[in-house]
Design a protein around this ligand. Structure first.
Ligand code: RUB
Length: 292
């Protein structure tokens, strides 16, 4: 897919989810490298891709990774190998997160999730493959209803799943004995706060009030280097028609929210299961090259 087509698909959410948009951007830049484009061309393409969606830092992180790989390679061939390795490393990261996350799930557990995170679903898949029996409640995730995708994916794995409206989260946690929440992430800040789909922070607040573990499943590519300088992700505001179309009423449609680290029990990454306070170390370790 060329750069403009990739950017359009990210903007229109045909390609969505933080990991997928980052990998799609890396892949379209890889094609440009293979087509013999210059660093200047790649930087211009990077700007088009970067502007496609504002919140998930996996997008700029992946673009910057490719640009850095190109700038520090002797030629396009070497850069292409590095980018291919980067894309492959994300498959490995997914596998490890699945393995680590599975250790947290026990036979008979009742889980809850919100939105549609491939990474959280991958944890459920690993736990299922490890022979654990559990049920997942999937929040509908208004207004785009990504919870439909989640419940279908979980059903197709063979895991019992129940779709609920978002406002049923508290009731379900109390009445159905939910003992773990698993969600994905779009950005993780150095202070341990987590950006994810709108409604996630409410679920986290309710989980904490009910002493239910709140687990964030995320590759380290979603950790935000800019947050070290106090720069937070822009929270995407989407078209109000996604919510309702009623004349004479103001509608506000933020697509993401920030869960404070106090409500996050742990973050499951490919580098291990960490407390949110350790996010600073991940950023220093993984993105030190960007901070110089
Ligand atoms: C998707 C969303 C997902 C994260 C993580 O939002 O918030 O929870 O991106 O997903 P949208 P993944 O549908 O607006 O893109 O684990 O697949 O990277």
């Amino acid at each position: 897919m060329d750069v403009q087509e990739t950017a359009d698909k990210i903007r229109s959410m045909q390609i969505r989810g933080a990991l997928d948009i980052g990998l799609a951007a890396a892949d379209s830049l890889l094609r440009q490298i293979k087509a013999g484009k210059t660093l200047k061309d790649l930087e211009a393409s990077g700007e088009i891709l970067r502007a496609a969606r504002p919140t998930a830092v996996s997008l700029p992180n992946s673009i910057d990774y490719v640009l850095n790989a190109y700038a520090n390679s002797k030629d396009g061939e070497e850069a292409a190998v590095k980018v291919e390795e980067f894309i492959e490393s994300q498959n490995q990261a997914m596998k490890r997160i699945g393995e680590y996350g599975s250790h947290l799930i026990k036979d008979g557990d009742t889980l809850l999730t919100i939105c549609n995170s491939d990474t959280a679903i991958n944890v459920f898949r690993h736990a299922h493959q490890d022979g654990k029996n559990f049920r997942v409640y999937a929040c509908e995730t208004r207004p785009r209803n990504q919870g439909y995708l989640t419940s279908k994916a979980i059903r197709d794995i063979g895991i019992p799943t129940t779709l609920i409206v978002d406002s049923a989260a508290h009731h379900v946690m109390r009445e159905k004995g939910v003992n773990h929440v698993f969600v994905g992430a779009d950005s993780v800040y150095t202070n341990g706060n987590v950006v994810n789909k709108i409604g996630t922070s409410q679920v986290a607040l309710i989980a904490q009030a009910n002493e239910i573990d709140f687990n964030v499943c995320t590759q380290t590519i979603k950790f935000s280097p800019q947050s070290l300088y106090g720069v937070e992700s822009e929270i995407e505001e989407r078209d109000t028609s996604e919510v309702a179309d009623i004349e004479g009423i103001d509608i506000y449609n933020p697509a993401f929210d920030v869960t404070p680290k106090e409500h996050v029990t742990r973050i499951i990454t490919e580098d291990g299961v960490i407390p949110p306070e350790a996010a600073y170390n991940i950023v220093k370790e993984k993105f030190g090259w960007r901070l110089k």
